[in-house]
Design a protein around this ligand. Structure first.
Ligand code: SF4
Length: 341
């Protein structure tokens, strides 16, 4: 089976996410930048899927395109099926009901995503006003409940406080409380722990997993941190130059990467319990999205590249069981290469 034979629709009863051929472009003064190209992936109910890659690889753009948060001059095409409906083609009014209700998003930097002149409680209640029939007292009770769920101490008092009175970790918890206000079925989390120290990061990730279990929520987690992926995700998709280049279960991809870029990312992660060795880095820099190389976009940085790589872009083909795919002409050679130390 090839990428073109990926099943294209879920049974109508399955409230999963299907992304098919999602492409996002921006007209710039230097030409058209292809920020995401032909992105295909699924998220099953209750599943956590990690989108991984360097800055500019298309992870956050993909998340924003799913939520239709791309503004002109950006253009989004393709299909994002949610509960049998296509979010890309959905009328704006219907989309407003889905956004913040069935699907919620956590942004990377809570200090800029939160409104600095509104108390946290009012920001949680805004979502409830938009998506529920709860009266004022009930909204306040729900806001208190959410503050408790995300572990914000003294919630009665803190509901009336402003974002600048919260620490970084508490602001991120407040963002999660806002996102969870209407019990979404899908949470899109864009680097939710990047700005936090490791202790708080660990708490937030455990909180997300706990909420996933309690609320049967699916999660798409954007991160550049493979440690976060290993600790939280069921499946992962590695992005490079706007395309998914490898996808599979986290266990399979970590055990045996089939794409040289994934290999490079794994080689650059420090491993505990091993003698001290030099961390590996990936030579070169990511390509200019307005001027991508012919063939495989990774070929200028790839030690496995041959003639064909300079001419033909490799499709994202099945390379194993359990939905394992890789976009590499030489994936068998990559998989058989010396393990990464
Ligand atoms: Fe490297 Fe060729 Fe595979 Fe691209 S297709 S990742 S250049 S080996």
């Amino acid at each position: 089976m090839t990428a073109s034979t990926v099943p294209t629709s879920l049974p109508q009863t399955a409230p999963g996410l299907l992304v098919r051929g999602l492409t996002t472009t921006f007209d710039t003064s230097r030409g058209v930048a292809i920020a995401a190209a032909d992105v295909d992936f699924d998220v099953a109910p209750g599943e956590v899927v990690g989108l991984v890659g360097e800055s500019g690889s298309g992870k956050s753009v993909t998340l924003r395109s799913i939520m239709r948060l791309i503004r002109e001059p950006g253009k989004v095409t393709g299909r994002v099926e949610w509960g049998g409906r296509d979010l890309v083609a959905m009328p704006a009014e219907e989309l407003r009901r889905v956004r913040g209700g069935e699907i919620a998003m956590i942004f990377q930097e809570p200090m800029t995503a939160l409104n600095p002149v509104l108390p946290i409680g009012a920001q949680i209640e805004e979502n409830l006003v938009a998506h529920t029939d709860l009266n004022r007292r009930q909204r306040r009770e729900r806001a208190l409940e959410l503050m408790n769920i995300v572990g914000i101490p003294a919630p009665e008092r803190r509901l009336d406080e402003y974002p600048h009175q919260f620490s970084g970790g508490m602001r991120q918890r407040a963002m999660i409380a806002i996102a969870l206000a209407c019990s979404p079925k899908l949470l899109l989390a864009d680097e939710p722990t990047t700005a936090l120290d490791v202790t708080i990061q660990d708490q937030i990730l455990k909180l997300l997993l706990d909420l996933r279990d309690r609320m049967a929520m699916s999660v798409v987690l954007v991160t550049h941190d493979l440690g976060v992926v290993a600790a939280t995700c069921d499946r992962m998709a590695v992005m490079y130059a706007g395309r998914i280049v490898e996808t599979g279960t986290v266990a399979d991809v970590f055990a045996c990467p089939n794409h040289p870029y994934t290999r490079g990312l794994l080689g650059s992660v420090p491993r505990s319990g091993q003698s001290r060795t030099m961390l590996q880095s990936i030579d070169g820099t990511p390509p200019n999205l307005t001027d991508l190389p012919d063939g495989c976009a990774f070929h200028p940085r790839c030690s496995f590249a041959t003639e064909i790589c300079l001419k033909q872009r490799p499709p994202l083909d099945l390379v194993g069981t359990d939905g394992r795919r890789a976009a590499c002409h030489h994936h068998e050679r990559v998989a058989a290469a010396e393990p990464i130390l």
